[in-house]
Design a protein around this ligand. Structure first.
Ligand code: ZN
Length: 202
């Protein structure tokens, strides 16, 4: 199982990091070892000092597929949920400046906390709320309708390059409002449509 992640998928977030709005999806992949078991804390990594939260809507693929159209994409969704694509922003900035890959900034242990996934039952994937608060203060509040590339477009695009497998996860990008986390912080992601989950930063 793989964790596909989409970068810069909300225009306001691309702007806050001074990135251009992409003309095709920005994709990176994390290993399964990034996941955090429900109920566990998140270990602050040792190799950076600016750990950022990126709250994201997560899609689980329900059937193996390749080369599927946008029109058919919803048939391959089995579950939806909320997760965090934790990012060491200082490490990422250094890697970007050297034109190096992002794994050290994105794919470390505990970098993908994942809430409980809910069954996909034809929820309106163009209108899914997502928000995130740190120590009770709302930092991010968005909706899948603001995505540059819709969930259907993302699934179709990924499947044009990779064979998608049952159980693969797709983190679909983060709305604006990303910011720093400190040890001891309590972070909560929540949605009118997808429930909630929270983690302590250790
Ligand atoms: Zn992200």
């Amino acid at each position: 199982m793989r964790i596909f992640c989409i970068g810069r998928n909300y225009a306001a977030h691309a702007a806050e990091l001074k990135n251009e709005v992409p003309t095709e999806p920005v994709v990176f992949i994390k290993p399964e070892s990034c996941l955090v078991e429900l109920g566990k804390g998140v270990a602050y990594p040792n190799h950076g000092s600016e750990l950022h939260h990126e709250a994201e809507i997560v899609v689980e693929i329900g059937k193996d597929c390749k080369g599927i159209s946008e029109e058919d994409a919803v048939e391959y969704i089995s579950k939806l949920g909320l997760g965090l694509d934790l990012t060491l922003r200082d490490v990422q900035e250094e890697l970007k400046s050297k034109k190096l890959p992002w794994e050290k900034a994105k794919a470390f242990d505990d970098s993908s906390p994942l809430g409980k996934m809910v069954d996909f039952e034809n929820q309106d994937i163009e209108n899914l709320h997502i928000a995130c608060e740190v120590n009770g203060e709302v930092r991010q509040d968005g909706n899948s309708g603001q995505m540059i590339f819709s969930i259907e477009q993302i699934i179709s695009y990924l499947s044009s390059i990779w064979s998608l497998k049952k159980g693969d996860l797709i983190y679909t990008g983060t709305p604006s409002g990303v910011g720093k986390l400190e040890k001891g912080d309590q972070i909560r992601v929540f949605s009118e449509h997808l429930g909630e989950a929270s983690w302590r930063i250790l």
